[in-house]
Design a protein around this ligand. Structure first.
Ligand code: CAA
Length: 379
């Protein structure tokens, strides 16, 4: 397969790189330090067409290929993993479920607003007792003449409190497991939707993560997404592809860790020579570079499969698992190479170290990615 970017993809890469350096980099420290959601930057991303990269032009998107979208997350995440996850969740699991499973009315009502960045999207699947075992979710949706009444709670909702729409999963029948789950588009001002306090997280401090409570939340019947009972499939289908977005975020973190480390190792002198002149440091850099390159190949291979409409869930899980592990390892090595300075907030590797960890957890832990990969090998 050809892993060289096309001219259009290369233009996207340069545009996002330029945007990230000029508009994001100067804001990162304050945004993370103050745990402030980057509204202004997200608005600018909307103006640049970044909030709807792979969404067809007919629905107000940029109409670009899936690889271009992955490039955007990858490049942004080199500078800010916070913006990487905001974009990935908004597009892969906040917008795509409506584009692929919505009826015409839903698509026309929501997709153009999401693709332009006027609306921000979120995805509400996880519950306090249903994380990896997503099919055990307990939130209930009881049908009345005109509405569904939702009761239950969701946790760890990325973009929560900032989003305009929540793709929400709830049980519409007593059928056990995945069968009785349905999906809904819940608007932020729906009566009975209560946004909880933001979580205090290890990293990604500019991104908002909240609990949601549905307290007799009255969702109009026309907000059902797909058919009743189709919810679990909608969640899985979008996570299959969405995981490549998180893999691209992890790749960006790994690349940043490598770049900072190589530059520092050449500059920092001890015992009268740059620390890079020591094999102990040079070999660390060689390992980091090899693993980052392997992660890149997996990420862009998975993206290319999506573009070709070929089966991609195994490759997406491989990319997510490997890129997240690489990001974590590269960030740990970066802190080691920076020594005492790496342990302080003065240098960005401390942030990379904190941001990397969650890529092994959200959108399916790496243990779940093992399960998906093994299942597709053995079935
Ligand atoms: N793609 C398509 N369909 C799938 C599927 C997949 N990857 N995995 C399962 N299904 C289908 C099955 O084919 C099956 O359909 P049938 O009943 O018609 O046969 C049905 O779903 C149930 O399948 P299983 O019995 O295999 O499902 P399970 O209960 O064992 O769970 C799982 C499978 C892969 C473990 C799944 O629960 C899972 O992915 N868990 C992780 C949850 C997750 O990723 N959460 C992320 C939350 S969102 C987030 O993190 C966003 C953020 O903030 C960054």
């Amino acid at each position: 397969m050809n892993l060289r970017f096309t001219e259009e993809q290369e233009m996207m890469r340069k545009m996002v790189q330029d945007f990230a350096e000029k508009e994001v980099q100067p804001e990162v420290e304050q945004m993370e330090g103050e745990e402030r959601f980057p509204r202004k930057i997200v608005r600018k991303m909307g103006e640049l067409g970044l909030m709807g990269v792979p969404i067809p032009e007919d629905y107000g998107g940029s109409g670009m290929d899936y690889t271009s979208y992955i490039i955007a997350i990858n490049e942004l995440s080199k500078v800010s993993a916070t913006l990487g996850v905001i974009l990935s969740v908004h597009t892969s699991v906040g917008t795509n479920p409506i584009l692929y499973f919505g009826n015409d009315k839903q698509k026309n009502k929501y997709v153009p607003k999401l693709a332009s960045g006027e609306y921000l999207g979120a995805f509400a699947l996880t519950e306090p007792g249903a994380g990896s075992d997503a099919a055990s979710l307990k939130t209930k949706a009881v049908k009345s003449d005109t509405d569904y009444i939702l009761n239950g709670s969701k946790v760890f909702i990325t973009n929560g409190g900032e989003a305009d729409t929540y793709i929400t999963f709830a049980r519409t029948s007593d059928e056990p497991g995945s069968k009785g789950v349905s999906a809904f588009i819940v608007e932020k001002d729906t009566p009975g939707l209560i946004i909880g306090k933001p979580e205090k997280k290890m990293g990604l401090h500019g991104s908002s993560t909240v609990q949601l409570t549905f307290d007799n939340c009255k969702v109009p019947k026309e907000q059902l997404l797909g058919d009743e009972g189709e919810g679990f499939k909608i969640a899985m289908a979008n996570l299959n592809v969405g995981r490549i977005g998180i893999a691209a975020q992890a790749l960006g973190i790994g690349e940043a860790a490598l770049d900072y480390s190589a530059a520092y190792a050449k500059e920092r002198e001890q015992f009268g020579k740059p620390i890079a002149a020591n094999q102990g440091i040079a070999f660390k850099l060689a390992d980091m570079a090899t693993e980052v390159e392997a992660a890149k190949l997996l990420v862009y291979q998975a993206a290319a499969l999506v573009e070709q409409d070929a089966p991609s869930s195994k490759e997406a899980s491989m990319a997510k698992m490997y890129a997240s592990k690489t990001a974590r390892k590269a960030a740990i090595e970066a802190v080691q190479i920076f020594g005492g300075y790496g342990y302080t907030e003065e240098y960005p590797v401390e942030r990379l170290f904190r941001d990397a960890k969650v890529t092994e957890i959200y959108e399916g832990t790496n243990e779940i990615q093992h399960k998906v990969i093994a299942k597709s090998l053995l079935d």
